[in-house]
Design a protein around this ligand. Structure first.
Ligand SMILES: [Zn+2]
Length: 54
């Protein structure tokens, strides 16, 4: 039963693939989004948007 609950929330919550490849479902508290060290490192290494994308 619990597995079904998880699948249900995943369907309703639109799972997101994090930078590190982890798939997670955003909670209703955007403020509480956990940023794992891996994602942070990857994000830091990404080239900054130069405002010249277009
Ligand atoms: Zn991550």
């Amino acid at each position: 039963m619990r597995k079904e609950k998880i699948v249900e929330s995943a369907v309703l919550g639109t799972p997101v693939v994090a930078l590190c490849g982890k798939i997670w479902v955003p909670s209703r508290d955007p403020q509480k989004f956990p940023v794992c060290p891996e994602c942070k490192a990857i994000h830091d290494e990404m080239p900054r948007g130069d405002d010249s994308e277009q």
